[in-house]
Design a binder for this molecule. Sequence first.
Ligand SMILES: Cc1cc2nc3c(=O)[nH]c(=O)nc-3n(C[C@H](O)[C@H](O)[C@H](O)COP(=O)(O)OP(=O)(O)OC[C@H]3O[C@@H](n4cnc5c(N)ncnc54)[C@H](O)[C@@H]3O)c2cc1C
Length: 514
Amino acid sequence: MDLQSLKSPLAFLGELVPASQLAPLKEYQSWWLTEGTVISEAVDRAGTPWLRMFDQLGKRTDEILFPPDYWKILKRGYQAGAIWRPFADDSKSLRMHYLIDYVTCFFDAGLGCPYIVSMSTTVPLKKYGTPELQGRFLPQLLRRDGTNWQGATWMTEVKGGSDLGANVETSARRVQQTVQSADPSDPKDLWLLTGDKYFSSNVGAELAIVAARPEGAPSGPKGLALFLVPRDRDQGAIVSEHGSAPGAAATGSRQLNYFIRRLKNKIGTRSVPTGEVELRDSEAYLLGKQEWGIYLILESLNLSRVGNITGSVALAQRALADALIFAEQRIAFGKPIVRHPLMRRQFDERFAQLREARALMWEAIHLLDEVWQETPRYSDRYHLFRLIAHLAKYWTAELAVQFAKWNMEVHGGLGVLAEYPAERWLREAMILPIWEGTPHRQMLDGLEVMERKRAHEMLFRHLAPYVDQSDLQNISARIEQHLQLPAEAKEAGIEPVFRDLAMFTARALAGKNR
Ligand SMILES: Cc1cc2nc3c(=O)[nH]c(=O)nc-3n(C[C@H](O)[C@H](O)[C@H](O)COP(=O)(O)OP(=O)(O)OC[C@H]3O[C@@H](n4cnc5c(N)ncnc54)[C@H](O)[C@@H]3O)c2cc1C
């Protein structure tokens, strides 16, 4: 097995993705090799950036102080087309976004996050925003020169992120009134949000989509709605019945619409700031129908999940690439360690697993491309996508962690030293299974879509042309048997079944792409 393609994201993707689709990314990859990598290392070493909450005159400003070069690496991906490219033609394909994420995450797993959450903001705005909202905000997100606005997706609150229906306490109050804007006669359907978001990545973004519960809405997930929240209040913003939002002193002509309480001090993904956000009568715009809120939240989560899948495969590749480069140079017992039979076999096995994970990723991207424009009620194809996305999110994040750990082992004692990158990839990898929904969530949501939508039957029909039929029958029988178990046993025993289904699916799809 020739392992050399491991060393370059585009070479590895090129075994699967047509060269014409990768051509626009050559310059981006080269830039990372010559300039980006050094900046990324410095940003990681610098650790959590500073939050400047007040300016010198004591006015609230909530600025995040990264080293200046940070903005250079961030802008490079936006210029390459992380957000604008998918909307530059009529193809309606999000593929280029995810390919840019892939190259980015090979070099810096945290930096993929701003692109992913910006896309997860752009898509619901494009699908569900009123023409007025789209006209006002989309051009800012789609700028091509790196001056674009960024997006963010804030759902999680202090009581926990898995059970959003129970734990989102942010409230939304509707105020239909005239806002003083460029056109004073322009009435806006405005909402005011109050609450705290506890894990808010890409904090500081100019726009965020936020889960909140409108006053009077039912409890549980069905009562949630999705809102677009700009960072700045409208010019000459409304004064709510509570007066100006606390701390909303004007900064020049700006008034902050949300406040950053503090930044999280994370073990990894330091190239995206994650903070706690206070919403205090924050101006917001409803996206889509109020009663569709939970579906819209899950749609945006699914977009980010595919980003997480892409980032996980890229990081897993990076870990294997670094292990290979080291193992080709390190001599033990008279030859490079990669040439010892046990080590070589471990490389070959992991390379095969990585290719399977790549196939799983590519299928998730393709299916998402087919269904991302759907609105509730969704097609069967959408439910198939959901199942594949749950399997892939779970399995690729798991592989990223395993490979990052193994890379450390290949480096021996050098692997644990903070001056070399092996420890960084392990720190970065540990976050991938958790954000965008933990492994438990993927398994339980995967179980739900199999039970309620029979998505496993669609999956097996989808895979049938590429697999041995008796293997297919075996796994199909195992899933059906599992679904017949009493509720508690079904949840308790899902892990090995789900893992095997994920591996089976990945292997089958790798056969399809061979
Ligand atoms: C670096 C980072 C950045 C983040 N950025 C964002 C962001 O930008 N926006 C955002 O909204 N969120 C963000 N999150 C939050 C993330 O989505 C949550 O951490 C995640 O959803 C899990 O929620 P939790 O941490 O509150 O854990 P909890 O929901 O409290 O869960 C704790 C544990 O219980 C498990 N569990 C829960 N229910 C069950 C069950 N029924 N059966 C079995 N086990 C269960 C969970 O899987 C988990 O292992 C971020 C998280 C991190 C680490």
